[in-house]
Design a protein around this ligand. Structure first.
Ligand code: BTN
Length: 295
């Protein structure tokens, strides 16, 4: 029996192109779409715990208890966002590199989103560690997508992981929540109001994810792609953590540890670990910029 939190999800019809991906490509072992669930994350965790092979994917039109990073919530109106979780069993991925799964999923989604929304290369970037962002009309960075990685470790290796991605896809600006409107955008808005086909975005993501994930399993991570797409590099950033707020110059990221690299006031390079960060805000641009929290 599945956990009671998602024991009665409403299954939606599965588009033909998705079904084609199971069996034809050894990459996707299972893919199910739900009309409404609390969160796709525990669904896929449950599948992995039952023994479902990778890559198992749950997609939802709506989540009633969507989860964000660091205990935040994640909300989107039904049908407006691509909401998915993917379950992996990466052989021999070091525990210290578990974060690379989320980075890999995010890089694949960034490329897929630019393609499906008809955006020119470079329209989208990353806000450390893996938020997908774009420049808003006011010049401030706005969040397009967020990624949540939840790994199970045994000793020094990752035995399984669920990586969830929420993309503000076919979401019109007039439906943005007032408290997030200045810090978010959607692919629909970035493409000038053109409707965004979430199924096409899912397909485009899977096509890009497969080679990236196979490379990761073989020990190759796209460190250059992950580093060069970081929009925070070269800016003064504010990072809120358990120890309080740090304001520092971001000088890059460390593809080995996944840390944000900042220039301390004493002249040393200070790495900030992803687990400690609640908000990262570019402050050398006018006004408030990045909105990743949905609390
Ligand atoms: C973030 O805080 O930026 C990460 C947001 C991740 C949201 C996605 S939506 C699909 C999956 N299911 C969830 O409950 N969360 C992730």
């Amino acid at each position: 029996m599945p956990p009671s939190s998602w024991s009665s999800p409403t299954r939606a019809s599965l588009p033909h192109s998705w079904a084609d991906r199971v069996g034809v490509s050894a990459f996707v072992s299972r893919i199910e779409r739900f009309a409404s669930v609390p969160s796709t994350q525990p669904i896929v965790r449950g599948w992995l715990d039952e023994g479902t092979p990778e890559v198992a994917i749950a997609v939802a039109d709506e989540q009633t208890e969507g989860r964000g990073r660091l205990g935040r919530t994640w909300t989107a109106p039904p049908g407006a966002a691509l909401l998915l979780s993917a379950g992996y069993r990466p052989l021999e991925l070091a525990a210290g590199h578990a974060w690379r799964l989320a980075a890999t999923a995010s890089l694949a989604m960034l490329d897929a989103a630019e393609d499906v929304a008809g955006l020119r290369d470079g329209t989208l970037g990353l806000k450390w560690p893996n938020d997908i962002v774009a420049d808003g009309p006011d010049g401030l960075l706005r969040k397009v997508a967020g990624v949540l990685g939840e790994a199970v470790l045994e000793g020094d290796v990752v035995t399984s992981a669920v990586v969830g991605t929420g993309v503000n896809a076919d979401w019109a600006a007039h439906d943005f929540p007032a408290e997030l409107a200045s810090s978010m955008t959607s692919l629909r808005e970035l493409s000038g109001g053109r409707p965004i086909d979430r199924d096409a975005l899912l397909d485009a993501w899977l096509l890009r994810l497969e080679p990236r994930y196979e490379a990761l399993r073989a020990g190759r991570f796209d460190a250059a792609g992950w580093s060069t797409r970081q929009r925070t590099t070269g800016h003064s950033v504010e990072v809120d953590g358990p120890g309080g707020r740090i304001v520092a110059d971001a000088v890059g990221v460390d593809p080995e540890s996944g840390a944000l690299l900042t220039h301390g006031s004493d002249g040393t390079i200070r790495p900030i670990d992803s687990g400690d960060v609640t908000r990262c805000r570019v402050v050398n641009l006018p006004g408030l910029s990045l909105g990743s929290s949905r609390t």
